[in-house]
Write a protein that binds this ligand. Structure first.
Ligand SMILES: Cc1ncc(COP(=O)(O)O)c(C=O)c1O
Length: 394
């Protein structure tokens, strides 16, 4: 495997003494992206009237056009939001639920997403149904089994299915297109929680078959923090209720569109969004598939070596079908470790405090995993350090 040349990996300023293997939670931006963000802020500060009143709408359009090309979407169907959480909240406000309705989630959904739908269902007198997926996924037909299993929970009261494209706790790429097809056979709309998928996977939102797609660009795309998007299929756009009510119209006199509610949400610095095209250009100049292949190879090296160390079996085959540059590897259980939100696994703390390694240790259905993310700044030396540190700890 070829490593990225230094001019690429040196574009990040990870401090000495830190082994950053958690791009999947918070993906720092390379230097050209940070510089682009700073230039946009400087332009705004130079002449705010010119920037906000006469240029902003066009600039946001350019960002949506670049993003649309990356994710296979018509820019007219995309709005820029702060992050996937903001996008998902907008969907939760917009889907009309009545008492007795159901919202279906998989048990691999992100904790904050599950909490949002729990509260949304509670407020409407609806029911949240969380379906446990088959796990591990080692069979030839695991994808089909998973989809069948999930679809078996669809009833005539299901109003929405929410599923991650790439899960957080298990770092697994769900067969989302098949999930959308199954839901569509029952006439159930799908909201995909997609923050990890942007840049990690080749996306074609038009073809995916979902109804809503929420994403963060500050993960694998390495755009500035605070940049995300929401994509909505045309037939639902008139029902979308933004989280912030503002002027709701075009400042430059354009024809009205559902996007107007999002263009101006009050005065704020939009530089994080305007630097998205630079983040796309950075990865495309390097070669986006090359990034995917190299980072997947590196994460596989880590996976193989940690499995050797523990003698445990991975929950998915070694394949880009099930994970990209982020994967989980099972660890022996620690009966003393408290789990759940707000509890950091003692091993995660030790890795950080004693070895300078940033990587989450998660628990899912009583199984403990380490989640390893690799981006272009990670090296074989990082994996050596992780494996050596783990062999001291376990
Ligand atoms: C699957 C999934 N959904 C949603 C989120 C929330 O993303 P953000 O904090 O960027 O809104 C995350 C964050 O890690 C995630 O992994």
């Amino acid at each position: 495997m070829n490593a990225p040349p230094p001019e690429i990996s040196d574009s990040w300023d990870i401090p000495d003494g830190v082994t950053y293997l958690n791009h999947g939670s918070f993906g720092p931006a390379p230097r050209p992206v940070r510089e682009s963000q700073q230039r946009w802020t400087a332009e705004l500060q130079r002449q705010p009237m010119e920037f906000f009143v006469r240029r902003l709408e066009g600039l946001l359009d350019e960002t949506c056009a670049a993003l649309g090309r990356l994710v296979g979407a018509d820019p007219r169907d995309l709005v820029l939001v702060d992050n996937a959480t903001a996008g998902m909240n907008i969907v939760a406000r917009s889907v009309e639920l009545e008492a007795g309705d159901q919202v279906l989630l998989t048990d691999h959904e992100y904790g904050a997403v599950r909490r949002l739908w729990q509260k949304t269902c509670q407020a409407a007198g609806a029911e949240l149904v969380v379906r446990r997926l088959p796990w591990p996924l080692l069979e030839e037909d695991s994808a089909e089994q998973l989809v069948e299993h999930l679809a078996a929970s669809i009833t005539d009261r299901t109003r929405l299915l929410v599923a991650s494209h790439v899960t957080s706790a298990t770092a697994t790429t769900l067969p989302i297109e098949m999930i959308c097809q199954a839901a569509s056979r029952h006439g159930v709309p799908v909201c995909v929680d997609g923050p990890h998928a942007v840049a990690m996977l080749s996306l074609d939102l038009e073809q995916l078959g979902c109804d809503y797609y929420t994403a963060s660009c500050h993960k694998w795309l390495s755009a500035p923090f605070g940049s995300g998007f929401l994509w909505v299929r045309r037939r639902h756009q008139h029902r979308i209720r933004p989280a912030i009510t503002s002027w709701g119209g075009s400042v430059s006199g354009r024809d009205s569109s559902w996007k107007d509610e999002f263009t101006w949400g009050g005065t704020r610095d939009p530089a994080c969004w305007l630097a998205i095209p630079e983040a796309i250009a950075f990865l495309e100049d390097y070669g986006i598939q090359r990034f995917r292949d190299q980072s997947h190879d590196l994460v596989n090296q880590a996976r193989r070596r940690v499995l050797e160390l523990t003698g445990l079996e991975a929950p998915t085959p070694e394949s880009q079908r099930w994970y990209g540059p982020m994967t989980i590897v099972p660890l022996p259980n620690d009966p003393a470790a408290e789990t759940g939100h707000g509890h950091i696994d003692p091993l995660q703390k030790t890795l950080q405090q004693e070895f300078g390694i940033e990587t989450p240790v998660t628990t899912m259905h009583e199984h403990r995993y380490i989640r390893i993310s690799c981006h272009l700044y990670n090296t074989v030396a990082d994996i050596d350090h992780l494996v050596n540190s783990l062999s001291e700890c376990l």
